[in-house]
Design a protein around this ligand. Structure first.
Ligand SMILES: [Mg+2]
Length: 363
């Protein structure tokens, strides 16, 4: 079998995704939370849910939902403050398990990664067996459940990991890849966000089959650079490689607040989960950063950014908090209410944070 890049045989890709990761870590560490609806996040008026466990999801609570909405949907919802240092340490344990099988690991976040196991360190032939072993080891080492998708490309592996979630795995073979994509609603496609889904809807594209009916020219005309990607995945083709050393130019997080922010205190509070998120990502991926950019969007949707570059990569989360504070303070009082804040790190470089995870726990 030959694919578009002339490779001799199909690849074997696994997408591993931890189940309700942050919430599962909290339930593991706090047995009194087990069986109860839990949201990781800040219950404050402008907080958002970072992760919800399956008990909470039954009530319609999901990540990125404003905390007040979540509380309304599920009055018994228990909010737990995020502990990114712990999630990061668990993420490193998981990463070490992946590395027993392949160096071809591409993390997407603390709890998700693509693995290319076409050639693997255990000389195992069957990728579904590798996935099952990895999930069993993750359970054994961390006590947590992972789901996995196995397929011949990244797109299908990612879609497959959702099929038997939680605590399950699914395979999409070259034989059934096309049929799978054709039946799939485009709004569920990885890489199709709500805006693109809406645009596809207006163009009469609801499923993979509808997408496949469109010509490459049509897709390029309407979706630009994403056109060829959509054209390929509609046919079950995705030649993107698993990139173990994906070089990112920036790492950012932002949040829209349910009520506009008028004063410094709430703004600083709203920034804290974003700071922890980007710092956690940098630590987990051994990335150092020198430039910090603060983004502020006002109620009228006008936007400003403020940035600062330091001579050497920031050493600790405290350094980052300090720079963010310096950038934030001068914009108060704001000319209008603030609806969104974002923190982005750039000028990135490889960096080792030390072998032992730096747990910020009181000892
Ligand atoms: Mg996950």
């Amino acid at each position: 079998m030959t694919n578009d890049e002339g490779n001799e045989r199909p690849r074997k890709i696994i997408h591993v995704d931890m189940d309700a990761f942050y919430a599962s870590v909290e339930q593991r560490d706090n047995p009194e939370l087990r069986g109860l609806p839990v949201a990781v996040g800040y219950p404050a008026a402008r907080g958002v849910v970072a992760a919800a466990n399956y008990e909470a999801r039954k009530f319609g609570v999901h990540s990125a939902m404003p905390s007040v909405t979540a509380q309304r949907k599920c009055p018994d919802l228990i909010f737990v403050r995020p502990r990114f240092d712990v999630y990061k340490a668990v993420s490193l344990q998981i990463r070490a398990i992946f590395a027993e099988y392949t160096p071809m690991i591409e993390p997407l976040s603390l709890d998700e990664a693509y693995l290319d196991v076409t050639e693997n360190l255990k000389d195992m032939e069957i990728a579904t067996e590798i996935a099952a072993e990895i999930r069993a080891k993750i359970k054994q080492v961390t006590g947590l459940n992972a789901s996995a998708g196995i397929s011949y490309n990244k797109f299908l592996a990612k879609m497959a990991s959702d099929l038997n979630k939680p605590n399950g795995q699914a395979v999409i073979t070259p034989k059934n890849g096309q049929a799978f994509v054709e039946a799939l609603p485009v709004k569920k496609f990885h890489g199709v966000g709500p805006t693109t889904a809406e645009k596809m809807h207006r163009l009469g594209i609801e499923t993979g089959a509808d997408l496949k009916d469109k010509t490459l020219e049509f897709l390029v005309e309407h979706f630009g650079k994403s056109g060829p990607y959509f054209y390929g995945i509609a046919r079950g083709i995705d030649n993107r490689q698993v990139k173990p050393d994906r070089v990112r130019k920036s790492v950012g997080a932002e949040d829209t607040f349910s009520e506009d922010i008028q004063s410094y205190g709430p703004a600083r509070e709203g920034l804290q989960p974003l700071i922890e998120k980007v710092w956690g990502y940098c630590e987990a991926n051994e990335i150092g950063a020198k430039t910090v950019k603060l983004k502020v969007k006002y109620a009228d949707f006008s936007q400003i950014t403020r940035s600062k570059t330091v001579p050497a990569p920031l050493q600790t989360i405290g350094d980052l908090e300090e720079v963010v504070g310096l950038l934030l303070a001068p914009i108060f009082p704001p000319r209008r209410g603030i609806r969104l804040l974002g923190v982005t790190l750039s000028s990135l470089e490889r960096r080792t944070f030390g072998v032992a995870p730096q747990l910020r726990l009181a000892l």
